[in-house]
Design a protein around this ligand. Structure first.
Ligand code: RTP
Ligand code: MG
Length: 141
């Protein structure tokens, strides 16, 4: 499997619950390295741009409102098969359907407040990483 990078966001609900460290520990135990990170309170325009693929979906406004409700922790994760590995660590979008032991099963409250975002493909990972980080702020190690 190839070395990949993926974009992860710890959403406002999980930041408010003070579980940034617990979630980072899961990345580390899965051999994913944090190669960039930044806490940020997204503007409405930033959140709308980030989730632009969902603009026509019925949940778009609720999603944007939630994502700007407090600061988020944004990171680039690097590792073998990082995109799929991070999605597996996250669990299903709806925490009620997330497998036991996944981040969403353990920390998420609802399909809206679901603790984490992760890129869903290598192609989207590159787009999402560039959305938040200039190349000089991502550190190979
Ligand atoms: P994310 O992009 O945040 O990592 O989540 P995801 O890939 O698992 O899910 P996605 O389909 O990309 O949806 C983005 C976020 O929109 C909310 N959502 N609500 N009510 C609904 O049916 C519904 N579907 C999606 C979720 O908060 C999801 O994380
Ligand atoms: Mg998604």
């Amino acid at each position: 499997m190839a070395l990949e990078r993926t974009l992860s966001i710890i959403k406002p609900d999980a930041v408010a619950k003070n579980v940034i460290g617990e979630i980072y520990t899961r990345f580390e135990k899965a051999d994913l390295k944090v190669v960039a990170s930044r806490m940020k309170h997204l503007s409405r325009a930033e959140a709308e741009g980030f989730y632009a693929v969902h603009r026509e979906r019925p949940f778009f406004n609720a999603l944007v409102e939630f994502m700007i409700s407090g600061p988020v922790m944004i990171q680039v994760l690097e590792g073998e098969g990082a995109v799929l590995k991070n999605r597996e660590l996250m669990g299903a979008t709806n925490p009620k359907e997330a497998a036991p032991g996944t981040i969403r099963a353990d920390f998420a409250d609802s399909i809206d407040a679901n603790a984490v975002h992760g890129s869903d493909s290598l192609e989207n990972a590159a787009i999402e990483i560039a959305y938040f980080f200039p190349a000089t702020d991502v550190h190979a190690r």
